[in-house]
Design a binder for this molecule. Structure first.
Ligand code: ADP
Ligand code: NI
Length: 210
């Protein structure tokens, strides 16, 4: 079992790192993912809770949207950190999670059926849907200066509303675990309700403005 001080150090390391990330990928995102991952692990598996905590802490550390640099180099930095802080036995699990968690590497697991990856990936996906997922999407869209929506098909391609159709609405059917599926259900329904209301308001002929 790892010492609490190692986990404290990992928290500080990650907290410092995510300072420049947008609010949807900030420390509180990490904490929400950590809490969800802990819960999913407790109900589905019984991986070492410290391992789950550590993987959740580092899951976005090498996110290409923010690191800009080489993912392999960033993962190596984390491997070194874990080694120097007595968490050698977490190195494989944490680096595998960092490498394969993202939506863009969907379906890839590094050839492993890795409970840890399944748990942290579900937790991360849950935080991208529901009310929090909606808030994160619009925050990220604003951060990138993307438009909210356009009724002109070509203009709409980079809108945040389009992101719902390209990604967010797919997530509930991509959950790995039964607990993930259960938790995703209500959040997915909320996305649909939000989109329905959004389009109703947009298309309302009450004001006939355009
Ligand atoms: P993953 O780590 O699974 O690849 P991302 O880091 O791309 O996921 O997404 C994390 C958060 O950023 C999500 O809440 C997602 O909705 C939001 N996000 C990513 N790309 C966009 C986009 N183009 N427009 C709006 N939100 C986005
Ligand atoms: Ni994340």
């Amino acid at each position: 079992m790892i010492e609490i001080t190692s986990l404290d150090k990992a928290e500080k390391f990650v907290r410092e790192r995510v300072k420049g990330f947008d609010s949807g990928h900030d420390w509180w995102h990490i904490m929400r993912v950590r809490r969800l991952a802990r819960y999913i692990n407790e109900t589905e598996f019984s991986e070492d809770p410290y391992l789950v905590d550590t993987a959740a802490l580092f899951h976005d550390f090498a996110d290409s949207k923010f690191s800009g640099g080489n993912q392999e180099e960033t993962i190596e930095l984390v491997r070194q950190f874990l080694k120097e802080n007595g968490m050698d036995n977490f190195i494989n699990g944490v680096s595998n999670t960092m490498k394969y968690i993202s939506f863009s590497s969907r379906g890839k697991t590094g050839g492993m059926r890795d409970n840890l990856l399944l748990v942290v990936q579900d937790a991360d996906r849950l935080d991208a849907i529901g009310a929090i997922g909606i808030a994160r999407a619009f925050n990220y869209g604003g951060y990138r200066n993307n438009i909210i929506y356009s009724p002109v098909v070509d203009e709409n391609k980079n809108s945040t509303i389009n992101h719902f159709y390209e990604k967010l609405l797919l997530l509930s059917s991509m959950m790995n675990t039964e607990t993930g599926k259960r938790l995703a259900f209500e959040r997915h329904q909320f996305l649909e309700l939000f989109l329905k209301q959004f389009h109703n308001e947009w298309n309302s002929d009450t004001f006939n403005l355009f």
